[in-house]
Ligand binder design. Structure first.
Ligand code: HEC
Ligand code: HEC
Ligand code: HEC
Ligand code: HEC
Ligand code: HEC
Length: 444
């Protein structure tokens, strides 16, 4: 299967035009197939070395070679193609976002899974800088409008002899939305980062994706974007004037711990004020998603998860506070849903509140394969700008006194340990997003 893959793959793609029921991504693309006409990102590095060095480490550069993508693509999706014609279209669609220049040039002879060279280009410089808009009424499902050629579109307003032209599209969230918004062939919204942003207060404040993800720190500073400055292009022939504002190309996201630290703010409240042993107390945790421009988590929602762990400690005793499930399904409490066991094992303290979305397959089972999801059955992620409150009730033992510590932590996991095991890739550590403590005096 593996070595003959390129053939299997190339043939069905050529017949895709005749196929009546193409996936959404495929049908968007019918009139847009282009000859091989993109320059490599390395060629841009000759002058834009600083931007290139940032970009090189970003997930855009690695969108195809990313091992999580590779394993899902080669080891899960492609074997399905043998029995299921439709998944051929899904496989092609993956490339529309994870290696768009490969997709557009129809050079779909992919490297075999075990070949040394697994690195098709990801989302390249030239791909983004020759986008001029999108087709249809709203951006998403790779409905970008490509126009490869000598003109590179960007945010610099006055024209010059250089290969550049101003484009308003490059400055809007919509250029990101063509890929960061998607619905699969069953009509299930699988990436909703753009619509989450659209529904939030950010657009009215004039804050777009670029203001956070292309600013110097990847975040707003006191509510405002702060950008790098410097020279945009350097080589033996040219050195234009330094510019006061440069969009950086690191695109920090869920892989960068700093991007996650403090992304949500936590506060611990408790009442009543005076507490005696044996009394019942209430603990309120306030979570404030004011730093992200969208829900938290966002993006690959089938894999991402955040959880709130609340513990009480006194001397050598510790109590885990248990969140109440919001619904019968119990998707929002760690250890409460049997389907979670294989995926999360003991990584998350039972009773922790989970924030996530659940996509299910035809059998109604939760799936991590976004292309085969037929429904989104659960979604309690923290929305942009939302302040969420969690309330816990705890009856103090009668035999304690002293300082009771309430400790709340919000952690984030890119993908479950069970996925790492299943795919044979490295497990990822969870990242601390926020933490808050409160000391309460218990006295007779
Ligand atoms: C995912 C799409 C994307 C990729 C990949 C990308 N850029 Fe950009 N780039 C942008 C956007 C969007 C802007 C403008 C941001 C704005 O004005 O809001 C920009 C701005 C620029 C600018 C204008 C100066 C500045 O930084 O403000 C240059 C030059 C540039 N990019 C070059 C490059 C080069 C070279 C690469 C590859 C090494 C690259 N870009 C990769 C999207 C991309
Ligand atoms: C020979 C040097 C050179 C190479 C190679 C080069 N650029 Fe540029 N580029 C420049 C210069 C010079 C500017 C203008 C910078 C300024 O005015 O500050 C520029 C500006 C840009 C802009 C800003 C456009 C605007 O109007 O906002 C973008 C985008 C851009 N380049 C993309 C690319 C991409 C993509 C590649 C690779 C395919 C590339 N460049 C390769 C020299 C180069
Ligand atoms: C051609 C499609 C495409 C476009 C256009 C695009 N992205 Fe992406 N982006 C991706 C893909 C695919 C990934 C995921 C790569 C991976 O994890 O394998 C990604 C990853 C990211 C990440 C990193 C997420 C993480 O988990 O670390 C950020 C942040 C991001 N994009 C922001 C943007 C912004 C901001 C824009 C607009 C300026 C943009 N993207 C435009 C396809 C695109
Ligand atoms: C106000 C700042 C801000 C804005 C605006 C913003 N983001 Fe983010 N983004 C963040 C922060 C902070 C994180 C890290 C926390 C998280 O994952 O939510 C993040 C995370 C991400 C991730 C990684 C999420 C994951 O869990 O895999 C992606 C992808 C992303 N953003 C894309 C976008 C896109 C696309 C837009 C525009 C539609 C956008 N962001 C707008 C701040 C912002
Ligand atoms: C419409 C654009 C689009 C299409 C089509 C698409 N993806 Fe993605 N994919 C993205 C974006 C954007 C992200 C990054 C979201 C984030 O960082 O959370 C992503 C993230 C992922 C991730 C998570 C990577 C990680 O390191 O956590 C995997 C795995 C993945 N995609 C696999 C696939 C497969 C397999 C297909 C084809 C069935 C596919 N994608 C089709 C846009 C797309």
């Amino acid at each position: 299967m593996r070595c003959t893959f390129s053939l299997i793959f190339a043939v069905p793609l050529m017949v895709s035009v005749a196929h009546a029921e193409l996936s959404t991504v495929q049908s968007n693309r019918l009139n847009q197939i282009l000859p091989q006409s993109y320059q490599s990102s390395e060629s841009c590095s000759n002058c834009h070395i600083r931007l290139y060095e940032q970009f090189e480490h970003s997930m855009h550069a690695r969108a195809f070679e990313n091992p999580v993508f590779q394993y899902q693509f080669y080891d899960v999706l492609l074997p399905q193609m043998v029995n299921d014609n439709d998944s051929v279209y899904d496989a092609a669609a993956c490339l529309a976002c994870h290696s768009p220049t490969t997709f557009l040039s129809q050079d779909l002879r992919l490297p075999a899974r075990d070949a040394g060279d697994k690195s098709l280009p990801g989302v390249t410089c030239d791909f983004c800088h020759t986008l001029t808009g999108y087709t249809g009424s709203s951006p998403g499902n790779a409905n970008y409008r490509p126009s490869p050629g000598p003109i590179k579109y960007g945010p610099l307003k006055f024209s010059s002899d250089w290969h550049r032209a101003y484009s308003q599209f490059q400055r809007q969230s919509e250029i990101c939305a063509v890929c960061h918004e998607a619905t699969n062939r069953f009509g299930v919204p699988i990436h909703t980062t753009y619509s989450e942003w659209s529904a939030s207060a950010w657009p009215n404040k004039g804050i777009v994706c670029q203001d956070c993800h292309m600013s110097a720190s990847g975040r707003l500073v006191s509510g405002k974007p702060v950008f790098d400055s410097g020279v945009l292009a350097v080589n033996a022939l040219i050195t234009p004037k330094a510019r006061g504002k440069i969009y950086s190309h690191n695109f920090p996201g869920a892989r960068i711990d700093n991007q996650l630290h403090g992304a949500v703010k936590l506060q611990v409240h408790s009442f009543p004020k005076q507490l005696k042993p044996g009394q019942t107390m209430f603990i309120g945790i306030e979570l404030d998603n004011s730093e992200a421009g969208h829900s938290m988590p966002t993006g690959a929602i089938e894999l991402r998860l955040a959880w709130l762990d609340v513990k009480l400690r006194m001397q050598d005793k510790e109590w885990q506070l248990k969140a109440k499930p919001a619904a019968k399904t119990k998707w929002d409490v760690a250890g409460a849903n049997p389907a979670d066991k294989a995926l999360y094992g003991t990584a998350i303290s039972p009773g922790s509140r989970l924030y996530r979305a659940i996509l299910v397959d035809r059998e109604g089972q939760p799936t991590l394969n976004k292309w085969e999801a037929v429904d989104k059955v659960f979604d309690n992620r923290l929305q942009a700008g939302e302040e969420r409150r969690e309330l816990y009730r705890f009856t103090l033992p009668t035999d304690i006194s002293g300082n009771l510590e309430v400790g709340a932590t919000l952690r984030y996991l890119r993908y479950p340990p069970g996925v790492a095991k299943r795919l044979g890739i490295d497990a990822v550590d969870s990242v601390l997003v926020a933490k808050a403590n409160k000391l309460i005096q218990i006295s007779n």
